[in-house]
Structure formats: structure tokens, C-alpha cells
Design a protein around this ligand. Structure first.
Ligand code: NAD
Ligand code: TYD
Length: 389
């Protein structure tokens, strides 16, 4: 089936469309897909995508991941030892190792999620973000281009490079409006700037070399297996430990939240049916202030694991704000809804309930990620963050 967009792709205004490769309007034929290379597949979203692909399709998944502090092979669950899943411990800045993996598995699709992903860490130490998100992406693009240029016929036609990005590249919104595929780039944190740079590299490899790319920009994800440096798992685990729940600034910053398995379904949809050269904004239509998010988590915990000392919300503490803190993000997902028929299955309430239950039911996973290095990060990020007066 060939779907056509009611709306042109983000780059459809561009003069250069690689027609010689026949990509512009053809959509990927899922039946030809047998091998997908996922980078960052041992991280939070990557592991959800790998689990989804192993569970829902017949494809072989090659999982390229450097296994940094943010990775956890346990998150792969039943996929970890599945015969159609191969975990390759490789740094995406290592071109030779990437070339060897491409030659060995000959993937038809690359889904690129490997990244340094935490804004606060990017403020504390930006160099790692430039290295992985910018240099790593350009290294991967070059190896993928070489691989694609060596392909022939239908395999070459079908090849895709799907770049997974964030709404944070668009900067901060006022109280109205939402980001969409035409929003200008205005990144504010070192993380967002490094992701914006990677988006631009992907665009350039399409424009210059004709590499068949597709990009998606998603809002904040939450769900099982998220490393507890991010707001929602941090709040769950600190509340259960009776520790303070740190709210940056006034807690009125707004994020749009998407359950991670809905994102995995969206990525599967985009990588199989998205238009080459297009961008898809993905979001949950679930805007909440940070304070509302923390209160929602506390309310679920109060119900599922009541604390004799009173509601977990008593642990909320206002602390010094994040420098350059973006006030509001929101996504208008109409394009992907209309063109590809994707919609989230979880509401914010059902997703939060599932997430809290998962952390309660998986103490082993939690114990493993709360290593010395994690404790050290908490000390570094929160000990020197005095409460505002
Ligand atoms: P994560 O930090 O949980 O996982 C990142 C993974 O990348 C880890 O497994 C890590 O080991 C791997 N990695 C890091 N550096 C690497 C390198 N040099 N070589 C190979 N692997 C490396 O991140 P996440 O939250 O799962 O995010 C995945 C992607 O989705 C990122 O590109 C991120 O920018 C994007 N994204 C995240 C969110 C979110 O809310 N978490 C929202 C939108 C987009
Ligand atoms: P985070 O989970 O780090 O995601 P991002 O910065 O990519 O949006 O943070 C989500 C929001 O929660 C963000 O506005 C910062 C805020 N926040 C806190 O108020 N306290 C915290 O301890 C953390 C980690 C985040």
C-alpha cells in the first residue's frame, strides 16, 4: 500500500529530491525487512524498541551500544538472549568497529538512538555530548553511507537511516502553541544543541549524498527501565526511600509526556512507512507541569504503597533551578497521526500507573542501576543545589 501525505514532508520544499533512487514518494515495504541495526538499544527507549521488534516482528535486531552508565542489558528482558537479537558492544565513534558490524550483518535499516541524553549532565560536562551526539552521529552516517552505496537493486531502494531526536532542539515555548515539523531550531542546553547538530548532519547527508533518511523528534518519554536520573524514576525511587523530591525552580515548567512503548510503536511505524526526507514530531498530547507530574507519581504511590508517615507529596522540596531551563515544550503530532495513523495507546494516568507498578515490581533492576556512580551523580547534582530563598 502506498500512503501519501496530506502535507508535504519537512524537507519537501527542498529542490533536491533524490529521484534517481526513487525514494521520494515510495514507502518502505515491511515485508522486505529482515535486519535492523539499532544504536543505543541497551538504553531506555532503545531497549523498548528492541523488545518491541523482537516481540512483534520477524526481523533480526543488531544492537550496537557502548554500554555506558545509562545502558542496562537487563532492560532488554526476553530479547537479551533471543536468537534474533545480537548485542554488539561498540562505540559509535569507532568507524572500524561499525564497518565490521555493517559488513557482518548487512542491515537494511538503521535506527539511531545512541546518545548522551541527560540535560543536567550536559550542563555539568558537555564534551561527552559533542563527542557521542555529534562526532558519533557523523561517524555512523559515513559508515551507513558507505554501506548503502555498496548496495544494489531493491535492497538499496529499501535502505533507511532513521534518526531519533528530541523536541528539545526547538527550544522553549510560551504559554501557547506547540512544536511541529516546521518549527525553527533554537536549542538551549548543550544536550539540545548537540542533538540539533546531529539532526542537521542527518539532513545534510540526505541532501548532499542522497542517503535515505527519516528523522523523528519526540517529547519526554517515561516508563519501565528509565535510568533514575530523569524526573519520573528519580521521584519514584526517592519517594520510596523517604528522600526529598527535588523540584527545580517553581516547578511550573511544562513538558509533554509519552509512554515509552507508544514511542517504540511510533518508531516502528516511521521506520517502515515514513517518507524519505521527512520529519515526524511525536508526542502524547499530555502536557503537565513538573509539579503535577510529581504529584501524580505521589498519588499512585500513596495508593499502591501507602507510607504510614503520610503522603509522599510531603517530601517535595524546591531547589535551585536548572540554568537555561526551558519553560515549556509541547508537540503537535497531527502529521504522524494523519499520515501514518499512529496514536498513543496510553493516557498519562494509565502510563504513570504502569510505570510506578513496574518500579515496585522490579527491585532487582533498581538495585543494579543504583551503583556507586549513580550515587555520586546524585551527590554532584543535588548537594550543591541550595533551595531558593
Ligand atoms: P539513554 O541515555 O537511556 O540511552 C542511550 C544509550 O546510548 C545507552 O544505552 C548508551 O550506552 C548508548 N550510548 C551512549 N553513548 C554511546 C556511544 N558513544 N556509542 C554507542 N552507544 C552509546 O537514552 P534514551 O532516553 O533511551 O534516549 C534514546 C534516544 O532518544 C536519544 O537519542 C535521545 O536524544 C532521544 N530522545 C529521548 C527522549 C527521552 O525522553 N528520553 C525523548 C526524545 C528523544
Ligand atoms: P528530565 O527528566 O531531566 O528531562 P528533560 O530535561 O529532558 O525535560 O526533567 C524533566 C523536567 O523535570 C525538567 O523540566 C527538569 C525537571 N526536574 C526537576 O524539577 N527536578 C529534578 O530532580 C529533575 C531530574 C528534573
Amino acid at each position: 500500500m502506498c500512503l501519501r501525505s496530506a502535507r508535504p514532508p519537512r524537507w519537501a520544499d527542498d529542490r533536491f529530491v533524490p529521484r534517481s533512487h526513487g525514494f521520494a514518494s515510495t514507502l518502505f515495504n515491511q515485508s522486505k525487512l529482515s535486519c535492523v541495526l539499532v544504536t543505543g538499544g541497551a538504553g531506555f527507549i532503545g531497549s523498548a524498541l528492541v523488545r518491541h521488534l523482537v516481540r512483534e516482528t520477524d526481523v533480526t535486531v543488531v544492537n550496537v551500544d557502548a554500554l555506558t552508565y545509562a545502558a542496562n542489558p537487563d532492560s532488554l528482558q526476553e530479547a537479551l538472549h533471543h536468537r534474533r537479537h545480537h548485542l554488539e558492544r561498540i562505540d559509535i565513534c569507532d568507524a572500524a568497529a561499525l564497518q565490521a558490524v555493517f559488513q557482518r550483518y548487512r542491515p537494511q535499516v538503521v535506527v539511531h538512538l545512541a546518545a548522551e541524553s541527560h540535560v543536567d549532565r550536559s550542563i555539568a560536562a558537555p564534551a561527552a555530548f559533542v563527542r557521542t551526539n555529534v562526532v558519533g552521529t557523523s561517524t555512523l552516517l559515513e559508515v551507513a553511507r558507505e554501506h548503502w552505496q555498496g548496495m544494489h537493486g531493491e535492497a538499496r531502494q529499501a535502505f533507511r537511516f532513521h534518526h531519533v531526536s528530541t523536541d528539545e532542539v526547538f527550544g522553549s515555548l510560551g504559554s501557547q502553541g506547540a512544536f511541529d515539523e516546521t518549527s525553527p531550531y533554537r536549542p538551549n542546553s548543550p544536550y539540545a544543541a548537540s542533538k540539533a547538530a546531529s539532526d542537521h548532519l542527518v539532513r545534510a547527508w540526505h541532501r548532499t549524498y542522497g542517503l535515505p533518511v527519516v528523522t523523528s523528534n519526540c517529547s519526554n518519554n517515561y516508563g519501565p527501565c528509565q535510568f533514575p536520573e530523569k524526573l519520573i524514576p528519580l521521584v519514584i525511587l526517592r519517594a520510596l526511600a523517604g528522600e526529598s523530591l527535588p523540584v527545580y525552580g517553581d516547578g511550573q515548567q511544562v513538558r509533554d509526556w509519552l509512554y515509552v512503548e507508544d514511542h517504540a510503536r511510533a518508531l516502528h511505524t516511521v521506520l517502515t512507512r515514513g517518507q524519505v526526507g521527512a520529519t515526524y514530531c511525536i508526542g502524547g498530547r499530555a502536557e503537565r507541569t513538573n509539579l503535577e507530574v510529581i504529584q501524580a507519581v505521589c498519588a499512585v504511590l500513596d495508593r499502591l504503597r501507602p507510607d504510614p508517615q503520610g503522603s509522599y507529596a510531603r517530601l517535595v522540596r524546591y531547589v535551585a533551578d536548572r540554568p537555561g531551563h526551558d519553560r515549556r515544550y509541547a508537540i503537535d503530532p497531527s502529521h504522524i497521526e494523519r499520515e501514518l495513523g499512529w496514536q498513543p495507546q496510553e493516557s498519562f494516568d494509565s502510563g504513570i500507573e504502569k510505570t510506578v507498578r513496574w518500579y515496585l515490581d522490579n527491585p532487582q533492576w533498581v538495585d543494579r542501576v543504583q551503583s556507586g556512580a549513580y550515587r555520586q551523580w546524585l551527590e554532584q547534582n543535588y548537594a550543591n543545589r541550595p533551595s531558593p530563598t
